[in-house]
Each structure stands twice: as C-alpha cells, then as structure tokens.
Write a protein that binds this ligand. Structure first.
Ligand code: DC
Length: 220
C-alpha cells in the first residue's frame, strides 16, 4: 500500500505515520526531516536567518542524503546521521522558511520520488498527497485545533525539562500555520481526496483505531 499523510504541525501526524510504518512493515518517509536537515545546514553555514534564497540553499543540497526505512527516516549530512539536533525550535523555524521556496520544493519532491520509487511506502508531510505521491492508495489528513496542538507542544517542552509559556507556544503554532498556508508556491492544503482525521480531544489509541479502520476498508 502507498499511504500519504498530511497535516499541520503538532497534529500527531508523525506519530500516526510511524505506527502505520511499524505495524504494516512499510518504509517511512518523514519529509519534514529533510526540510529540517536543510534548516540545520543553513544554521551551521549562515547562523540565524530571517530570509533565505534558492541561491543560498542550492550549493548546500549535495550534502544531504535521505533514506526511508521501517519506523524511521534516516537523514545524513556529509555522511553523518542527524537526530535530535533536527528537532529544535530554531531548526523548525528555518525548515518552515525553506518550505516557502518553490524551487526547493520542486528539487526535494523530485528527490523524494526518486528515493521512494514505485514501492509500498508511508509518506508523511505537507504535500505528501498533493505532490509527492498523488497516486497514493489512501490519503489521510491528520489535524487538530491550534489550541490543542499548542498544548501538546507545550507539554512536550515541559516534559523535556524546558522553559515554556503556553501563549507563546500558541502564537508560534499560529505563525507557522500562517506561513505554511499563505506561501506563494505550493501553499499547504489537504488533497481533495484526503480523509480528514481530527485528533482534537482524542488519545493516541482512539486515533489509531480510527486510522487502521480506514486502512482496512481501503485494503478490502
Ligand atoms: O513536519 P515538521 O514540523 O517537521 O516540518 C517542519 C517545517 O518544514 C514545516 O513547518 C514546513 C516545512 N515542511 C514543508 O514545507 N513541507 C513538507 N513536506 C514538510 C515540511
């Protein structure tokens, strides 16, 4: 099965994608991780940035490798695998800036299609169902209210022993949503044939039950 999973930041889409990949033994492509790796490269190369151009990005891209595997996506920069350093707030902000560059999206989507090939796969990310595998057998759009997404992020930060303020986290969620939805090139929107799963107020088990029942129906 080829499965595309989209949704806004903090909707739980990565958790759902990873579970599907592991339970069905399918390679998992977390596209956001590639955007984050490029954000990380930019940060190392140029320091803090508020704007970025294709000209600045282009020379860095040869250093990036992406490999989907069951339960996780391996991302390497200069041959070295990256992990937690990709999950920081700053790297996420740069990844979102990178996502506004249409030429980059064309480049990376082509790279994604070449690493996936024609096989079975779970592709997770902003335009999985609209651009990367438009031929997917099933397209899921996992979402939740901005307040719920901010609350989850806030609890994650507190749980990790970090200082956090809920109002600030909510403001960042709304800002990220705005940037992703209002960008000129490939604005983020659900595929017309996507099935929407709203996770607001639901625990993970409830969401997974819903998701696997959708997948079973598609398989039949
Ligand atoms: O899914 P994530 O939060 O790790 O993604 C980080 C940022 O990368 C997100 O805010 C926008 C960008 N991105 C994108 O534009 N398109 C994708 N397919 C994946 C991520």
């Amino acid at each position: 099965m080829r499965i595309a999973i989209d949704g806004p930041a903090g909707s739980g889409k990565s958790t759902v994608a990873k579970e599907i990949s592991e339970r069905l033994n399918l390679p998992y492509l977390e596209t956001g991780l590639a955007y984050r790796a490029v954000g990380y490269l930019l940060l190392k190369h140029y320091g803090m940035l508020n704007d970025v151009s294709w000209g600045e990005l282009r020379p860095l891209l040869g250093r990036l490798e992406i490999e989907p595997s069951v339960g996780r996506t391996v991302v390497r920069v200069d041959g070295k695998e990256l992990g937690e350093e990709l999950r920081s707030e700053e790297v996420g902000r740069l990844a979102s800036l990178v996502g506004t560059i249409g030429k980059f999206r064309e480049y990376i989507n082509e790279l994604f299609r070449s690493v996936i090939g024609k096989g079975q796969v779970v592709v997770e990310g902003r335009d999985a169902g609209t651009n990367i595998i438009p031929d997917a057998d099933v397209k899921l759009f996992i979402t939740a209210s901005p307040e719920e997404r901010a609350r989850r992020r806030y609890e994650q930060l507190i749980g990790a022993g970090k200082d956090a303020n809920y109002e600030e986290v909510l403001e960042k969620v709304l800002e990220r949503d705005r940037r992703d939805m209002e960008r000129k090139d490939y604005p983020f929107k659900p595929a017309p044939d996507a099935i929407v799963v709203d996770t607001t107020g639901k625990d993970l088990e409830t969401v997974l039950k819903e998701v696997f029942s959708i997948l079973e129906k598609v398989e039949r």
